[in-house]
Design a binder for this molecule. Structure first.
Ligand code: WT7
Length: 659
């Protein structure tokens, strides 16, 4: 165990418990029997879910083939289409008039999109991208703001069996370029820009820049007009989305694909500098996305108004905006902007306006709202809310309690859902209506999911024990690999404990056997629920001509969970310039450089210029000691340092306010 959050360790004595009300339990989708059914025959349980939540073109006869482990095949001989399941069959069932998307643009524009509208637009988009030569098996990069077209573009790809690779709109041109190259994307779908904090921000220029960084396989760029700002245009390559859709037929037959056909690639940070393209396939992924949406949020598609605040640039937006809710036929809110634009009550205004019943968001957002004060949400009618969810990082019990009391009116169940880009869908969570919830704990593996906590030697620990979280049986929405890098897939997830999936998280069982997640045990940071790699940011820093060496750590932050803190050694000339001009300029330039290389979310909160970095005799940077400094703790054991005095000067620099 290298990296446990000590602040969480002493919370395991939590005694508060919130059993479901009799009223909620009586109407709940979940029942205690669900666990028993799954236990009785796990594979048959999943086969039931796959049949219940999805419509198959060709039914499967085989549930799981794990003979080529760690590569799993779920429902392998079945065929289906994701978009048919998310859209068309609801229209066929007579629910075409049901609203699928209630869109709120940041500037105040709104759109209501029914399932019938969605079918039309997705069909037009599918025809339009087919007309550009995109076909089953091709990859399409999607780089859009959080507007309905993002969901429509994903569904249009899935409709023709093209694999989408959504790149978060906050990532830089460089990050977009590397993702386009890695996946050999044929098409990029983007927008002129989007609205962010009350202003239009641009996206198309980043695509233009990305496509000049080297030779790519991209033949066209489809551009959604969102802000109306001027954009540079490459004739023959660039095409307006609205023109292409207008020219396209609104009839399109979804292409059935095999259950293991690649549905999407989504890049996430790992422990090395290069992001990993996490591969998800169709049948198993959709089964678990739909199943978890239904049970963990107690979703009633006919009556609920569901809102997951995540951007489709992250996995939460894939599973709990695009696929999970739409497969269930739900009505959902999509909001483009930030919670404080134009005022700090914007989210709560949206909840009141649309009578939102289910809200799913991240602890960092909850903590930010706590900071703004309870009188902000108090101005709005939040009484329609009936289930609250949390995801992305451990939720501290204070934030959990605030969420339930202030947002949930002391009445709603709160589900703390643990999962990862790699797991594809929720894995550990209370079930509303069944579980007596404990503030701060994700508690129990969902029915059908098997997790354990293992010690260093790979031995399972019992109640009260701690160690590494492992998933010891394959699950339907598990990643099927890292795009183009089978070795890395095996090495990253299946080698720490040979043959067993290692999630990278530390965890502990309390005396009741409930799971508490304790944060990452590797060099991965979690900033505002977004995963960042220390190594990736270090590489970005040393790619700047001024920087000789860099070390990055995630330091505890009251709002964002962790914050990026960098320690850099400058090259001689840069150091002289820094001394002459003042360090601020250098630090500012380096922060901007990281934003340019990766994206603004990776910008270090602080950068400390140091003369040396703490290293072991074998040359490994001891990040643990740097974290002590960054978190203002007394520096721990330095006996393995090659030069034990290094830490004294670094600590002195930090005390002097090195930023
Ligand atoms: C990492 C995965 C899952 C979608 C968003 C993040 C941390 C996630 C929780 C939770 C404690 C959590 C883990 C995990 N994490 N949810 N409820 N409690 N930690 O996806 O970017 O793939 O990050 O986020 O450390 O490994 P991701």
């Amino acid at each position: 165990m290298t990296d446990h959050n000590p602040a969480l360790e002493n919370l395991l004595t939590e005694t508060r418990s919130f059993p479901p009300s009799a009223e909620f339990a009586a109407q709940a989708n979940s029942t205690p029997e669900l666990y028993e059914q799954a236990k009785a025959d796990r594979l048959e349980f999943w086969a039931d879910q796959a049949r219940r939540f999805l419509t198959w073109d060709k039914p499967f006869s085989e549930v799981l083939d794990f003979s080529d482990a760690p590569k799993a095949r779920w429902f392998g001989d079945g065929t289906l289409n994701a978009t048919y399941n998310a859209v068309d069959r609801h229209v066929e069932a007579g629910n075409g008039d049901r609203v699928a998307i209630l869109f709120e643009g940041e500037p105040g524009d709104t759109r209501e999109i029914t399932y019938a509208d969605l079918q039309r637009e997705v069909s037009q988009a599918a025809n339009a991208i087919e007309a550009l030569g995109v076909t089953t098996g091709d990859r399409v990069a999607i780089y859009l703001p959080m507007i309905p077209e993002a969901v429509i573009a994903m569904l249009a790809c899935a409709r023709i069996g093209a694999t989408h690779s959504v790149v978060f709109g906050g990532f830089s041109a460089e990050a977009l370029y590397s993702r386009i190259i890695d996946a050999d994307a044929k098409l990029v779908i983007t927008a002129d820009g989007g609205y962010r904090r009350g202003k239009p921000s641009s996206l198309k220029p980043a695509v233009d820049e990305a496509l000049t960084k080297g030779t790519t396989t991209v033949t066209n760029v489809l551009v959604v007009r969102r802000t109306g700002q001027d954009v540079a245009w490459t004739d023959g390559r660039d095409i307006w989305w609205h023109e292409a859709l207008e020219a396209a037929s609104a009839e399109h037959t979804p292409v059935p694909v095999e259950a293991e056909h690649p549905l999407f690639i989504l890049y996430t940070s790992g422990t090395t500098g290069k992001p990993k393209g996490i591969l998800h396939t169709t049948g198993g992924y959709l089964t678990q996305a739909a199943y978890t949406t239904y049970y963990t949020f107690d979703l009633k598609p006919e009556s609920d108004v569901y809102w997951c605040t995540a951007d489709v640039g992250w996995v939460t937006g894939h599973s709990y905006v695009t696929y999970g809710p739409l497969i269930n036929g739900a009505t959902q809110v999509i909001y483009e902007g930030t919670p404080d634009t134009p005022h700090k009550g914007r989210w709560w205004e949206i909840v009141a306006k649309h009578k939102v019943t289910i809200l799913y968001t991240a602890p960092t957002a909850i903590r930010t709202c706590m900071k703004w004060g309870e009188d902000v949400p108090a101005e709005f009618d939040l009484s329609t809310l009936r289930v609250l969810g949390s995801v992305g990082e451990p939720i501290n019990p204070e934030a959990w309690m605030w969420y339930r009391r202030v947002i949930g009116g002391d009445r709603t169940p709160v589900v703390d859902t643990w999962w990862q880009t790699e797991t594809g869908a929720i894995m550990i969570s209370p079930l509303p209506g069944v579980t007596a919830a404990k503030p701060g704990s994700a508690q129990t593996a969902l029915p059908g999911i098997e997790v354990e906590i293992w010690d260093d030697a790979g031995k399972a620990v019992g109640p009260g024990g701690g160690g590494y979280l492992v998933i010891n049986e394959p699950w339907p929405s598990m990643l099927r690999g890292i795009w183009g890098d089978e070795e890395r897939f095996k090495e990253t997830y299946w080698s720490r404990f040979p043959g067993t999936y290692f999630a990278g998280d530390g965890a502990k069982f309390d005396d009741d056997g409930d799971v508490w997640l304790l944060g990452r045990v590797d060099d991965v940071m979690n900033v505002s629920g977004h995963r960042l790699s220390t190594t990736e940011i270090e590489s970005a820093l040393v790619s700047h001509e001024w920087v000789a060496e860099a070390a990055v750590v995630g330091a505890k932050d009251d709002t964002t969970g962790q914050a990026v803190v960098a320690f850099v050694i400058l090259r001689g000339e840069a150091l002289e310039a820094a001394e002459a001009e003042g360090g601020d300029k250098v630090v500012g330039a380096l922060r901007a450089h990281v934003a340019g290389e990766i994206g603004p979310i990776a910008k270090p909160r602080s950068i400390l210029v140091v003369a040396e970095l703490p290293k072991t005799r074998s040359g490994k940077i001891m990040r643990r000691l740097l974290r002590d400094v960054a978190e203002n703790r007394e520096v721990g054991d330095v006996t393995t340092l090659a030069d034990s005095t290094v830490m004294d000067s670094i600590s002195a620099g930090m005390a002097g306010g090195g930023d």
